[in-house]
Design a protein around this ligand. Structure first.
Ligand code: ATP
Ligand code: MG
Length: 268
């Protein structure tokens, strides 16, 4: 059974659908890259998979199966139990996603308390563990800091730590590196690869940048005009693209990496 499979049509108000019968599946432990032009509906897909589409004024029909269970029409009270615990989210903009008025430790504790009761020591242990997993210090001095006292790259790591606190089966990352400089970007990409390997976490990695996904993802799905036009391994996408959209995207890259460069950059 797939972890997730979709056949989703998404639209806003009475407008024409943004996504039409979009078919995708994700296996347990897999990293799937979602690539497409700006405005093709990547974030809308993420919202649907997080049960947040209604809140954004959109609606979805068709099917979204999560571990075999139909999720369309699920009540918000059910989503509250699931979101952040089984399916977690890493946003695009680390700085604006953290609350500037609260210490990092407070924000991590709040994220823990959403889905766990229990002793304080358990919470402290879970937070220290998650910070360790993202290579951040878990000492009291760090936890007392405010978001303005850390770098953007560290802020993104804190958000990833928050997302993995409850060991979700799926992490949805919507352009998680686009606000970062090139070096920090590749460090965060490597971190996603590490989390996938160490914790077996599946990742839906959304990006408009083909190059940033080729090293990380097991498969890449390309979205154009509302549907998946091609879905294959990074190698096939780069070296034998089938669909004209993929071919155009590859041709537009400043330089197409060689097979050797791809092998070298592969995180696996
Ligand atoms: N809340 C909304 N209300 C109405 N239309 C919306 C809303 N959110 C998105 N849209 C429209 O839906 C389409 C897809 O938007 P979406 O944000 O999902 O694209 P995207 O692929 O994530 O783009 P980007 O790469 O720029 O983040 C766009 O045409 C957008 O204008
Ligand atoms: Mg988007």
């Amino acid at each position: 059974m797939h972890l997730l499979s979709t056949d989703l049509t998404i639209n806003y108000q009475e407008k024409a659908p943004v996504l039409r019968e979009l078919k995708l599946y994700l296996r347990g432990g897999e990293i799937l890259g979602i690539v497409g032009h700006s405005g093709c509906g990547k974030s809308s897909l993420a919202f649907a998979l997080l049960g947040l589409l209604k809140l954004k004024g959109g609606s979805a029909r068709g099917s979204f199966l999560w571990k075999g269970r139909e999720m369309l029409g699920l009540k918000e009270s059910e989503w509250l139990k699931l979101r952040g615990r089984e399916i977690a989210f890493v946003p695009q903009s680390p700085v604006s996603s953290l609350n500037p008025a609260l210490r990092l430790g407070t924000q991590l504790s709040e994220a823990w308390d959403l889905h766990a009761k229990g002793r304080r020591s358990e919470r402290e242990q879970a937070i220290a563990g998650a910070l360790h997993d993202v290579s951040l210090p878990g000492d009291p001095e760090f936890l007392r800091r405010y978001p303005s006292e850390i770098s953007v790259g560290q802020a993104q790591r804190v958000l990833i730590a928050m997302a993995i606190l409850h060991r979700p089966s799926l992490l949805i990352a919507d352009e998680p590196t686009s606000a970062l400089d090139a070096v920090t970007q590749s460090e965060i990409l490597a971190l996603f690869g590490e989390l996938n390997r160490k914790l077996g976490m599946s990742i839906l990695f959304i990006s408009h940048d083909l190059l940033s996904v080729y090293a990380l993802c097991h498969r890449i799905a390309l979205i154009d005009q509302g549907s998946v036009v091609e879905c294959s391994s990074p190698h096939n996408i780069f070296f034998s693209p089938k669909h004209p959209f993929t071919q155009k995207l590859i041709a537009s890259l400043p330089s197409v990496p060689t097979a050797a460069e791809i092998e070298q950059a592969l995180i696996y």
